[in-house]
Ligand binder design. Structure first.
Ligand code: MEV
Length: 313
């Protein structure tokens, strides 16, 4: 039997911008996806998906999930024409757009294969194989999600647009920072939303250059504010990042509503996270008690999923 796991993640700053080589900050969260690989007598491979998920998520991602597994097997040279196994996915990460569910499952699957077939993969190679899996979900992943999922913690990430290894740095904070995550319940296709941004960018390069410049200034300030644990500044920058994402047209009414509820109930800052046009919103809480109060307000506003988490240590 082979076992593996991958962490969920949340993008604090930089979704979509990261696809074009701009820096991003992401944090692994404590919830994980697990993979258990069991050999079977027949040839071929099956995936049994027992992960908790938002309604509709698994159906929406089914074809992409299949493509992703094929990519991983091809990358690791695992041929199931003469042997067979079943992989069971589980864990406590509730699958929803924006929480890194696809990357967490890729990392978990790669680790279970590594365990069963004694591949001797380093963490870097696990990350690379998971990146191949992510390509099944959308053609041009930045690599941020699988990196956050493989290594956990708080990461500063820059994609190498030339196809080389990404630059990433793990950041440690002196204190954990509390986040409240809420789901819109809407599953979005990363492929579709990333493509929509590309069309907008290609149609108006001047606009893209201006918004990118604003974002670059913002993300450097965010890194500094996080290291200094200057939460009011981090919150202010999250709010500004949300506005830039609205300008990219990747937010939506449901996300904007959740952002407003969080801010009105004590969050220092709030923004959509991940792909957008559905998926999740994250909000920054000054402390654990405030996080519980924000979560209550989001539940009262009928957010289909609400989770408390922390990052930084
Ligand atoms: C998706 O979680 C994040 C995006 O920036 C895509 C990517 O980084 O590959 C939208």
């Amino acid at each position: 039997m082979g076992l593996g796991s991958g962490k969920g993640k949340t993008i604090l700053f930089g979704e979509h911008f990261v696809v074009y080589g701009l820096p991003a900050l992401a944090a692994g969260i404590s919830s994980v996806t697990t993979a258990k690989l069991t050999r079977v007598r027949s040839f071929g491979h099956t995936l049994v998906d027992n992960r908790p998920a938002m309604p509709g998520y698994k159906k929406e991602k089914y074809e992409e999930q299949k493509a992703s597994l094929e990519n991983i097997l091809r990358h690791l040279n695992i041929d199931t024409t003469k042997m067979g196994f079943q992989i069971d996915l589980g864990g406590d990460l509730v699958c929803a757009s924006g929480i890194g569910a696809s990357a967490a499952s890729c990392v978990a699957i790669v680790r279970s294969l590594n365990d069963e077939f004694k591949l001797g993969l380093t963490e870097e190679q696990v990350n690379e194989a998971a990146y191949e899996g992510e390509k099944g979900y959308h053609g041009t992943p930045s690599g941020l999600d699988n990196t956050a999922s493989t290594y956990g913690g708080l990461v500063w990430f820059e994609r190498d647009l030339g196809g080389g290894r990404p630059k990433f740095e793990k950041l440690k904070l002196k204190k954990a920072i509390h986040l409240v995550i809420a789901s819109t319940g809407i599953t979005a296709s990363t492929k579709v939303v990333v493509e929509a941004v590309k069309i907008k960018k290609d149609a108006n390069p001047k606009w893209w250059d201006e918004i990118s410049e604003k974002y670059i200034q913002l993300v450097h300030k965010a890194k500094e504010a996080l290291i200094q644990l200057d939460l009011p500044k981090v919150g202010e920058l999250m709010n500004e990042n949300h506005e830039l994402l609205q300008e990219l047209t990747v937010s939506c009414e449901e996300l904007d509503n959740l952002v407003k509820v969080a801010r009105d109930s004590g969050a220092i800052g709030a923004k959509m996270t991940g792909t957008g046009r559905g998926g999740n919103m994250i909000s920054l809480a000054p402390d654990e008690a405030a996080a519980k109060q924000i979560a209550k307000a989001l539940e009262k506003a009928k957010a289909p999923g609400v989770w408390l988490t922390s990052f930084g240590l």
